[in-house]
Design a protein around this ligand. Structure first.
Ligand code: TXA
Ligand code: MG
Length: 352
């Protein structure tokens, strides 16, 4: 367990690796104020007792995360939701019925019990019921909502395996539960229901089309697909920060397999790497990693973050990432690549 208050920041903890059936041990560590990385269906989360402001402060220290970027509270049932928000509007109820447990986070006006450090001082709180048996068991056994951002060092690609968590946080957290690879691979859809109209802050596996089928029109926040200047107020603080960034320079390239392959091959040379679709591989003359198949966009979501980590090899200086069309789940993949590329985009049109 945590021995000193500044242990997460210093990285001097003896991080335990627990198996998926050790949920009771994880719950005990969390009840005692510890930090445990847990599997969810989206990405691994770095959990602490969401009602314990001191435990939550350790999350920010371990990740190196700015404290004005609020966290998501993870719940296991609707009674927990009722305790954390001022009220549950009909649209929230309908979305919970349709998509929980699952990769949807809802932002609602918060109740007083939620510590300010969880909500970054905002009057709202983000809440999600994860669709993963290990996560749900730990929440039930701990008996409290768990605050959990993605379990990466701030700015790095989100972890989709326990190994990724250890790459970033070994020594900074009390334990990680190894629940295998995450099914979805991208963080949850974040939707605000605290405004007059539902507002999508972060696209995910629950697509705008799926949301609109349940609650009608959904607006997409400007920052979801465009750059929000650092000094402008942002509706969702997470949009301001560079994300998912390997050490190498990343460029997001859109266009057909032919156009992408031609563009990348023209640049072949030392340090060049292609983060591509399976369909591109036969045409590329540079080192490459296929993160999924263009024909099955969900596989691009599952493989993206592992792909960004794999592409970031010792001698790689420039990663050319082939991005999908920004529709359906492709919207979420495109959004993450855009941030990994720090908004450097090349759109290729067929000239011949
Ligand atoms: O799938 C996920 O959502 C994962 C797993 C672990 O559940 N968690 C995750 O958390 O991605 P995190 O902290 O990496 O992303 C939470 C996002 C941030 O962009 C944050 O700014 C936004 O949600 N957010 C949280 N509370 C908010 C609030 N009250 N208002 C606006 N945005 C909020
Ligand atoms: Mg994150």
């Amino acid at each position: 367990m945590m021995t000193r208050a500044d242990a997460p920041e210093k990285g001097v903890l003896d991080t335990q690796i627990l198996s998926a059936d050790e949920t009771a041990r994880a719950a005990d560590m969390l009840k005692a104020g510890g930090l445990v990385a847990i599997p969810t269906e989206t990405v691994y989360g770095l959990a602490a007792n969401g009602l314990d402001g001191q435990a939550v402060a350790h999350i920010f220290a371990a990740k190196g995360r700015p404290t004005d970027n609020p966290l998501i509270l993870h719940i296991a049932d609707m009674d927990m939701l009722a305790a954390l928000v001022k009220d549950i509007p009909p649209k929230a109820k309908a979305l919970a019925e349709a998509f929980w447990p699952g990769p949807l986070t809802m932002i609602l006006p918060k109740a007083a019990v939620v510590p300010d450090i969880v909500s970054g001082g905002l009057s709202t709180v983000a809440i999600r019921m994860p669709n993963h048996p290990v996560a749900l068991a730990i929440i039930r056994q701990a008996g409290v909502p768990l605050a959990a951002p993605s379990a990466n060092r701030s700015g790095r690609p989100s972890p989709t395996t326990a190994g990724h968590v250890l790459q970033d946080l070994q020594g900074r957290i009390d334990a990680v539960i190894d629940g295998g690879a995450c099914q979805v691979g991208l963080e949850s859809t974040v939707l605000s229901l605290a405004e007059e109209a539902p507002l999508l802050y972060r696209p995910g596996a629950v697509t705008p089309e799926m949301l609109e089928a349940v609650i009608g029109p959904v607006e997409i926040a400007k920052g979801a697909l465009t750059h929000v200047a650092g000094d402008l107020p942002s509706p969702s603080p997470g949009m301001r920060y560079r994300h998912y960034a390997p050490k190498a320079n990343v460029v997001l390239v859109t266009g057909s397999t032919g156009a992408y392959a031609r563009y990348v091959n023209e640049r072949k040379g030392e340090g060049i790497f292609a983060l591509c679709f399976l369909e591109d591989l036969p045409f590329l003359q540079v080192p490459a990693h296929a993160y999924g198949s263009e024909a099955e966009p969900a596989t691009l979501g599952t493989g993206l973050f592992a792909g960004l980590r794999a592409a970031d090899g010792a001698n790689v200086t420039n990663i050319y990432a082939h991005g999908p069309a920004a529709t359906g789940v492709g919207l979420a993949v495109y959004n993450r690549l855009l941030r990994a590329a720090d908004f450097q985009v090349v759109s290729l049109f067929e000239m011949d």
